[in-house]
Design a protein. Sequence first.
Length: 212
Amino acid sequence: MYPPSTEPEHHLLRNPANETTPAGDATLHYWSGLMGQSHADHALITLSQALDWRQPNITVYGRQHPVPRLTAWHGDAGLHYRYSGHTHIATGWLAALLPIKAEIEHITGKTFNSVLANRYRNGDDCMGYHSDNEPELGCTPWIASYNLGATRELTFRPKSPGGRRQCFSLPLHHDSLLLMSPQVQAGFEHALPRRRNCPDPRINLTFRFIVD
């Protein structure tokens, strides 16, 4: 369905601005071909149909607007997570998510108990600049971002003064995994910009650990 990436199977990306920002030890770990082409193609179709996709509203300057993407949240039963002004309570894991979760935990050596899924229907859907640093994630959150479908670029910018002039982007391909160290959330914001020339859908699964 989507061609595999031609990038190395596993390599470490260092932030090019790490010597001039407070998050000098921030690292991005990238894997391509995580589940294999056929498994990834199947996961894209299955999750598109099986997840309880919703489009919540956010309040901007006192007015309600639908977020420009669809979202779903799953995790260990009873976990609470608040994002975009809404509190979500997990009721358990969808079976289709468990093999992906297990492989990510195996390859990263990290443990995750929840996942925030975003479905970008085409290039008009996007995500603004933010950090994954909600209180529920604790002080040192590792975020594992698994990608299915169309290739889109994740853009980073330092939180330090002048950060807007030090942006850099990383293309995230079908069946790829990006692991962000805690220092990435502390020192950087990231976004998924609009891409008008992208007609195809993309699903992103961001695995995280909610602290009790």
